[in-house]
Design a protein around this ligand. Structure first.
Ligand code: DLL
Length: 432
């Protein structure tokens, strides 16, 4: 099923022609912002000199720091009167980054989200409960308008208030939810505590994104809810959700390349990497008026699939799941560790519950990593010997995976702060 069949099934050659045409327009638009005018001048390059898609690599990158420095209006490329909405990134540190949208931009974004929902098999008969927060964060309004355009009944409940969410599942017969993976795990704990299960609901489809998660977590969620799951990737700088989305083949996320050019680069050298190689995702907007972004470094790590054909009929390149963030990488006693590696180990173990936290501190000048993990209710009432064995097992499996000896603290179910949106997994006390 397609929302815009003609464009979704476009051949690669046609697509590349369209991309080049749009790229040139995008560059021209970008050059009317103060930031890009200066950037192009400093790089001694004129937008008209970009005559092929390959030429794109001659242009400098744009970074999150650039967005911060040009706050609030340095990247605005249109007359402020044309702007109809702003969104901001959920980044927790420093100056926030703002993104401007014209009516055209919002219309284009909504269309991409609608494509995603149709690709996942949603129809106007579905009842859609949007459990991501509304406001400056894009997970709320972004999915909201796409779902409405498709004609689903939308319940704009937002994040949190878990009891009411469950009540709504029952009262309105919710069939599709949009939720962060960490909140889906927490929600399931509450569902179980209420003595309920997937049989009490009509859920059939779960869309998640906004934070990294492992395949093991997905398996846990599928087991609990018995639903089809779809991974949705995006970031506020690129509109928000709906930059890339899985099709029914569940094998990578199609990047909507008529709207974005995707590159994967070596985060150290900035060189382009071939398909299959993990690196930093770099995106260029092709259809945005208010704030075009050129070669934006996302800091997200993933790889592109080699093959551009897919059983679903779309030829848009596929991006792997996000394996981590360039800036999330922890260096513990000189070893590079991604929180996602720890999660992959923990979520595979049936004795482990749904929540965990990584705590880093420095003891006598040595890094120490403590993994605090909630165990399942059944284990909690078990024997002390059993718990000791479990702790050893977790330590051993972690050592195999990340090559580090870690402290493991087993916590009772519900002891760690639950996630109702993006989870905060790492507490690094080492700088303090
Ligand atoms: O999180 C947009 C979004 C909302 C995407 C709802 C999907 C669903 P930001 O707050 O700007 O925007 O955060 C963007 O979140 O750079 C990734 O690091 C991470 N992220 C988003 N989607 C995924 C995903 C929204 N599917 C940042 N898997 C991005 C892993 C994701 N990480």
């Amino acid at each position: 099923m397609y929302w815009s069949e003609e464009i979704e099934t476009i051949g690669r050659k046609e697509l590349e022609k369209l991309q080049l045409r749009r790229l040139r327009t995008s560059l021209r638009r970008a050059a009317s912002s103060r930031f890009y005018r200066e950037l192009f001048q400093n790089a001694a390059i004129k937008p008209e000199e970009i005559r092929s898609l390959k030429d794109l690599t001659r242009l400098p990158f744009t970074t999150k720091a650039d967005l911060r420095h040009s706050y609030p209006g340095g990247m605005l490329a249109v007359d402020p009167e044309k702007v109809v909405r702003i969104h901001a990134s959920s980044g927790t540190t420093g100056q926030s980054t703002v993104v401007y949208h014209t009516a055209h931009d919002l219309d284009g974004w909504t269309d991409l989200v609608t494509r995603c929902l149709v690709m996942a098999g949603c129809t106007p008969r579905d009842i859609f409960q949007n459990m991501m927060s509304y406001g400056l964060f894009t997970g709320g309004l972004g999915l909201h308008y796409g779902a409405e355009r498709l004609g689903m009944m939308v319940i704009p409940v937002g994040g949190g208030n878990t009891d009411r969410q469950i009540q709504f599942f029952r009262d309105f017969g919710t069939t599709v939810i949009h939720i962060t993976p960490s909140y889906a795990l927490h929600l399931n704990d509450v569902i179980k505590d209420m003595g309920l299960s997937h049989r009490d609901f009509k859920l059939r489809l779960l869309i998640f994104g906004a934070e990294p998660y492992s395949e093991a977590t997905r398996a846990k969620i599928v087991e609990a809810y018995r639903v089809d799951t779809y991974n949705c990737y995006g970031l506020s700088e690129m509109n928000g959700p709906g930059v890339a989305f899985e099709c029914g083949a569940s094998d990578g996320m199609h990047v909507w390349e008529d709207n974005y050019i995707v590159e994967v680069i070596d985060p150290e050298s900035g060189e382009s990497l071939p398909p299959g190689k993990i690196g930093e995702v770099v995106l260029t907007t092709l259809n945005r008026e208010a704030m075009p972004l050129i070669r934006y470094r996302t800091r997200d790590l993933a790889f592109l699939y080699e093959d551009t054909s897919c059983p679903c009929g779309r030829n848009f390149r596929r991006l792997s799941r996000i394996v981590g963030r360039a800036d999330d990488m922890l260096i513990v006693r000189g070893v590079n560790v991604f929180p996602s590696q720890v999660e992959q180990v923990l979520m595979k173990l049936p004795e482990v519950g749904t929540n965990y936290q990584l705590l880093l501190d420095r003891v006598e000048n040595l890094d120490r990593m403590t993994v605090r993990v909630e165990i399942s209710g059944r284990m909690f009432h078990g024997e002390v010997g059993e718990l000791r064995a479990l702790r050893k097992k977790i330590q051993h499996e972690l050592k195999e995976q990340i090559l580090l000896t870690t402290e493991v603290e087993l916590m009772e179910p519900g002891a760690l702060p639950p996630s109702r949106g993006k989870a905060k997994r790492v507490i690094d006390n080492r700088e303090i």
